[in-house]
Design a protein around this ligand. Structure first.
Ligand code: MEV
Length: 326
């Protein structure tokens, strides 16, 4: 295959890329243990620019190549013996909000490094972005990195839909499939409580090791499977009910938070469905607004102390951008 045929084509430095964030609708945490997940790429983006320089730096920080976990890991795995790079990154994705800021950064960075080394196809981009994020974070599934790499709606280990790729992990593999976009608008609200994905994943893993863990995991899988079917079929009533059931399960495994519960309560009059999204224990909620009530919903969430965003799926995943802009 020549570089021109790759989704991320060959391009000499300087190279600039762009990657969306992600929003999980069903199945966070359970996906780490092999259950299905549904997510979409959010139209909030990270941009990364890499160019040759006398020494390595990230946003002018010369220590980042040793200290920034994702930057250090990406260089160690994807730029072996490579010449020094100045990397700049800007993002509209709030950090620690459960909206995929680290996956977006990893995928955008892996894309520029891949482009500078002859190009990379999308399945390989998704695998490499997962490998970097997992190595830097210690735990986790490829859900976030595959969502941002693919764009649009995707399922991990969900039935139906076109198969995009398989992600290989140390303990299991995950199947990534495309789901048709139902054309809905979503509202996300950040609680302002930062959270650490790694800690939340480790806590849930311990919780699922208790005697009722297998039954809980099976219920997560049932809800996500039905949720994927409901989104694919455009059935908002079923989606709303399944979001509520998914939220109950997330409460049971200990990753809700009083601030998230307060936002869910504030959203209720203008919401069809709502739940936390991402790792929880802080971070954000995602809401399916009642049609025409998006503005009212945003006001309610802001009054309750949240930082609301109206979000739409980004149909395009990680991509190079023609002109370096940073
Ligand atoms: C975090 O965005 C989603 C989790 O399921 C962790 C993961 O899948 O890596 C909590």
């Amino acid at each position: 295959m020549s570089g021109e045929e790759y989704a991320i084509p060959s391009q000499p430095l300087p190279v600039s890329s762009r990657s969306p964030g992600k929003c999980i609708i069903f199945g966070e945490h359970a996906v780490v243990h092999g259950a299905p997940e549904l997510a979409f790429a959010v139209d909030l983006h990270t941009q990364v620019l890499a160019r040759s320089a006398p020494g390595f730096s990230l946003n002018a920080d010369p220590h980042a190549a040793e200290e920034h976990p994702y930057f250090r890991t990406a260089l160690a795995r994807r730029w072996v013996g490579g010449t020094p790079l100045e990397v700049r990154s800007t993002s509209r994705i709030p950090q620690g909000a459960g909206l995929g800021s680290s996956a977006s950064f990893c995928s955008a960075l892996v894309a520029v490094l891949g482009a500078a080394q002859g190009g990379v196809d999308r399945p390989a981009l998704a695998q490499a972005s997962y490998d970097v994020e997992k190595a830097a974070q210690g735990v986790g599934s490829p859900g976030d990195t595959s969502t941002v790499a693919a764009g649009g709606y995707i399922t991990i280990n969900g039935a139906g839909g076109d198969h995009l790729w398989t992600i290989r992990g140390s303990e299991r593999d995950w199947e990534v499939r495309r789901v048709a976009d139902p054309g809905w608008v979503w509202v996300v609200a950040h609680s302002g409580i930062p959270r650490a994905t790694g800690d939340a994943v480790r806590n849930v893993t311990q919780r699922l090791a208790q005697p009722d863990g297998p039954e809980l995991l099976a219920e997560f899988a049932r809800v996500a499977t039905a949720g994927i079917r409901a989104v694919a079929g455009g059935d908002r009533v079923a989606v709303a009910e399944l979001m509520a059931r998914n939220q109950e399960l997330l409460r049971t495994v200990g990753v809700s938070h009083p601030r998230l519960e307060a936002l869910l309560e504030a959203a209720a009059p203008a919401a069809e469905g709502a739940k936390l999204t991402g790792a929880g224990a802080g971070g954000s909620i995602v809401v399916l607004p009642k049609p025409g009530q998006e503005v009212d919903l945003v006001r309610r969430l802001a009054r309750a102390g949240g930082l609301p965003f109206v979000v739409r799926p980004s149909p395009v995943g990680t991509t190079l951008v023609g002109e370096p802009e940073l």
